[in-house]
Design a protein around this ligand. Sequence first.
Ligand code: CAA
Length: 379
Amino acid sequence: MDFQLTEEQLAVQAAARDFAQNELWAGVIERDEHQKFPAEQIKKMGELGFLGMMVSAEYGGGGMDTVSYVLAMEEISKVDASCSVIMSVNNSLVCWGLEKYGTEEQKQKYLTRLTTGEIIGAFALSEPEAGSDATSQSTTAEDKGDYYLLNGTKNWITNGTTASVYLVVAQTNPELKHRGINVLIVEKGMEGFQTGPKENKLGIRGSDTCSLLFNDVKVPKENRIGDDGFGFKFAMQVLAGGRIGIAAQALGIASGAYELSLKYAKERKAFGVPISQHQAIQFKLADMATNIDAARLLCLQAAHDKDAHQDYAKSGAMAKLFASKTAMDTAVEAVQIHGGYGFVKEYHVERLMRDAKITQIYEGTSEIQKIVISREILK
Ligand code: CAA
């Protein structure tokens, strides 16, 4: 792995950092408190090319590598993890999968608008009783000749109310188990499709999460991604890449909490000196910095593997496992360093601590990452 970032990668990193500081920082507390979807900010992110970063220019994307995507995700997540999860789902789970496996018609119809942010996408796999156990899909897509009849409920769907296009995982041939699963492109407004109320969440409160309800929705056959029965493999593939994005999100939450703590520790005085001169604080800062550097290396390793067309299931899962733990540990320590100030909203670290938790849950819990890693090690 080459540790030297290219001029282009550094430029992407700088652009994301500027955008996050200038456009996201000011309203982030208010958006979190009122669960306000960052509509204006997402529109700008689309204009700046952050929503279809890895898609080729032919479909309106940035044609960038995964390393650039990781760098941008870290910078955006330092400030607003709600914006970065919207960005991550659109880039990794929707655009990447559509470009790799979609038909030319699907790409022209959906991808060209998803990459620019004209519309945003959602990925619907989880169900009330199928989260980690992704093969146990209760949502059905009955083959009716020239269309599928979609019935079922999906839960905790990021971009649930705001998306226009949904990649929905559903079972067509239960006797074939996971090999009977398909992924269908469902459009908002299709008859029989409704979204549930927005969830009131602990963290990433600016992003909208809700359930999806399908009641005899007729989805045209041409909206299926890949061959009949390819859906589960598709889901596993996009999730493997998605985990690199969420790892970078966790890395950003950790770096954001660390940078705020470092600044605070140099300014805040106790016992006559800045608290950064007390060893109790120095040890915390040293642990934070070490874990963050290790998490960044794992994220870049996974991104490098993907860019080099090598297997990235293990490196992506390792990056997500370690970076999400680092996010949680770092954010908790950041609140501790800030003391009473850390417990109030103005200092941002309590939000980062709440946001950190989801990185250990979505796109596969930490336990799922360990399953993926151990299978790769043992196979
Ligand atoms: N790429 C391609 N194919 C893969 C794959 C990968 N990375 N991983 C597995 N597969 C294939 C296997 O080869 C196998 O195919 P065949 O049987 O045809 O050979 C098939 O998928 C089944 O694999 P497993 O036997 O390993 O399946 P399993 O039932 O034991 O489950 C699992 C594996 C890793 C636990 C999987 O179910 C999983 O990842 N679960 C977690 C799901 C998840 O991440 N949910 C998150 C929801 S989305 C989200 O959170 C988005 C958001 O809001 C931000």
